[in-house]
Write a protein that binds this ligand. Sequence first.
Ligand code: ATP
Length: 471
Amino acid sequence: MDLITTKIRRAFPEKMADLLRFSGRLAVEMGYTAFAVGGFIRDLLLGVQNLDVDMVIEGNAIEYAKRLSKELCGVYVYHKRFGTATVFIPSLGRIDIAMTRTEIYERPAALPTVRLGPIENDLYRRDFTINAMAFSLDRRHFGELLDPFNGRKDLKEGIIRALHDLSFVDDPTRIFRAVRFEQRFDFRIEPHTENLIKKAVGLKMVDRTQKQRIREELISILSEDRPLKAVRRLSELNELRFIDPDLKLKNSTVSLFNSADEALAWYDNTHISRRHALECWLIYLAVLIDDLSPAKIKKICGDFVFKKADAAKLVSYKKNEKRISAVLSKKGKLKPSQVYEHLEGFPYEVMIMFMAKTRSQTARRRIMSYITKYAHVKLDLRGDDLKKAGMEPGPHFKEIIRRTLHAKLDGRVKTKNEELGFAVKTRRYHNGNKAGTHRKRDEGYNFGDNQRGDKGSPDRLRHGNEGRGDA
Ligand code: ATP
């Protein structure tokens, strides 16, 4: 049995091997040739399971993808910008499908002109030898490795090697890719390739590249496990400059990376039922640019066209971090409701950033309690219950609900009946207060003074954590 077939057997469920064979047969039926390529082959040879298949077709890739999706009852998605398609196969994985391309770079760092070409040209346009291998899915040649640049040897020796001397001038995003693969696999960029990178850095090629493309590479680097290694390497290559000319990897940044790792590891090990999928890269980006001023951070978000929600999280962290650390690190008792008031509405990424940044163990503990306990406390009481108790719906509902939730957080009410009793009492008190009578002493906030603006609605008893957008 040949190498690829053995590897497929070992690395994948039988269904995946069948899928690859079927894909090859379908291509032949349509008069095309199909190849698996790129990272998929690299990972296959490394024995790393990767259920994202990169496929190229000598032929009309889009017609092929539509047909494949139909035959496999998959979900077909067309990517207009790239002229490629993805077929999602439920419970198995995804197949990215493109035509075999010949690329011509008319200007350095600009997007190339693309046309259909043979598989050999398609491999030549790729970034590194280890990513420039393919195997035919055609039954007659199934499992034959196409390896014109000796990628398999480099893979064995742990080497990242560019395919030609203009590689980083043609496409400077490859600088980030080289570092990412080097650090991910503990490989090394071979000396000539490193020199090519240094030359491209010296020529400031990255500055001539579309910022959105660089942003995607930055996100990929920061999405790696423990991205500090790759960031260190970029710093060595003097290529953190692309984010901001003043950005340096100081010791304080390194220890902040480590604290972020710890905070994320803690979050991964919590057993909370409604766990938020965190954008870890965003946390690491906040760490990396922590030393820059809020104005610079805003500029970076604009220049790199980060999504509004991501930019809002970065700015929110920067704006609130010192205040939150100060209030939550105060010695002495802070009631759960007070901790809740301070943290409610912050996205989880921002809270993890607060945890990583604060030097106060007390503040960190309070944030942990918020994430694991307070954020999950819900009222059993509903808007309808208040109406049934004779209350007229109106803006005051929101405040009554808030106060009742605080009472529950502080253990002053437990059952639904107690919640209702408390709400009714609060309502009476509210009426009295409006008439300028008594004022309760034990509340740490002003009644009716919603500092956060719009938070919740009269019928929204189940306080979620979304939607603060307070940046
Ligand atoms: P990962 O495991 O991070 O997804 P990958 O190699 O699969 O790694 P992709 O970005 O999905 O990464 O790229 C798929 C393939 O496309 C690569 O293996 C490489 O052959 C090719 N490729 C991607 N980006 C470039 C680039 N900038 N220049 C040349 N080839 C590229």
